[in-house]
Design a protein around this ligand. Sequence first.
Ligand SMILES: [Zn+2]
Length: 501
Amino acid sequence: MSATDTLVPFAEAMERYEPVIGLETHVELGTRTKMFCGCTTVFGAEPNSQVCPVCLGLPGSLPVVNRMAIEYTIRIGLALNCAIATWCRFARKNYFYPDMPKNFQISQYDEPLCTNGWLDVPVGESTVRVGIERVHLEEDTGKSLHVGGATGRIHGADYSLVDYNRAGIPLVEIVTKPVEGTGAAAPEVARAYVTELRDLVRALGVSDVRMEEGSLRCDVNTSLAPRGSGRWGTRTETKNVNSLRSVERSVRFEIERQAAVLDSGARVIQETRHFHEDSGTTTSGRSKEEAQDYRYFPEPDLVPVAPPAAWVEQIRAALPEAPSRVRARLRVEWDVTEPDMNAIVNAGALDLVQQTVAAGATSADARKWWLGELARRANEAGIELADLAITPAQVARIAELVSAGTLNDRLARDVIDAVLAGEGDPDQVVSARGLAVVSDEGALTAAVDAAIAANPDVAAKVRAGKVAAAGPLVGAVMRATGGQADAARVQELILERLAGP
Ligand SMILES: [Zn+2]
């Protein structure tokens, strides 16, 4: 389908249309046991080894609410500045799907536990306040594995397997209010919001929020309306976007696609769409269900949840330092400006820079390597910075080797390449490849003399006092030493040789 999609270039789409985005994020809580039974929730366990009559939906079994899941959800709600319900109920969401053994999901519908909050998100040089509509608690579904097809989807598969280990894991859904007025920054805002939310939830200690393991999953809503029309367009919902980078790309793609649909005079269809990591495109999923299709009603097997005010205040008092406060503190420690800090956060480098500093690098060096050379590599490879095969300790060691004069920046880049290629730690790479800067003065002096002899015109200029003309001589020595000389020392030697009578 994506092959036939026509697109309007992003900048052009932004001239005529205004986007509205919305994000629905699912966070699997790290409660160790499931939402309504005592089954464990270890990731990657043998399929169907963490199940019982309750989470398999066997007749006669009854759910019991996990108190820790309620506490964790309240923790998230409070950190997102929400009001906490004094009384609320679970609801049955009825639909059939093979990975949902009960044929309904216990969720919350019109009585969510937390409502009406906000999250401040650093974007570029400013802060965008994203409204939070609701935070509610539900149970996760199982997982289907479609075998035999080319795409891993049910279409074209020979058969399907289902694993109920995940069925019944407590899942918090965090829904934003529509985010308007972002203009061309919409894709960046979407990514920055999920990043900030992930960091906040991680700081709260309620989930490991690993997108690659599915403990943080994101559905991204995007709509477009003509600029100045004063109305919203029809939205599409891109499901299960599983990396921060994909969040940004999926919004960008939907804007380009929807602009083309609207330009052609057609209407955007309200539907779910699948994001394709490889092509960066979305394709049509199914037409979107309405709430009435789920035939919600209050869950008759559970009592209402009525968290006492004193308990909520106790949870509030125990909230950890919010990521925004951590950043404010680090800005002072590292002596960086707010836009610099936002650049670190938006690059997904805050933890990495922090760990690199903890491993002994200066904050300036840590920022330089992660936001420069390493960000470029991650971008080329189409992966997150944190997924590069290099550790903060290795980056700190490279920075140390540079400041000790063992490596120059060019050699350091070679060492990074080798570490990324799995050749070992920086020290192993330096000795195995003989990458250290040539510090043998005799060898350097010989190379300098050879360069001077080969470039008599340049040498004459330098001798006449034009120090700035020495560049070609430095270049010649660097070439002769395979780039393994300290350029500053080479310059010194050249000037010494060409000084005086
Ligand atoms: Zn169970």
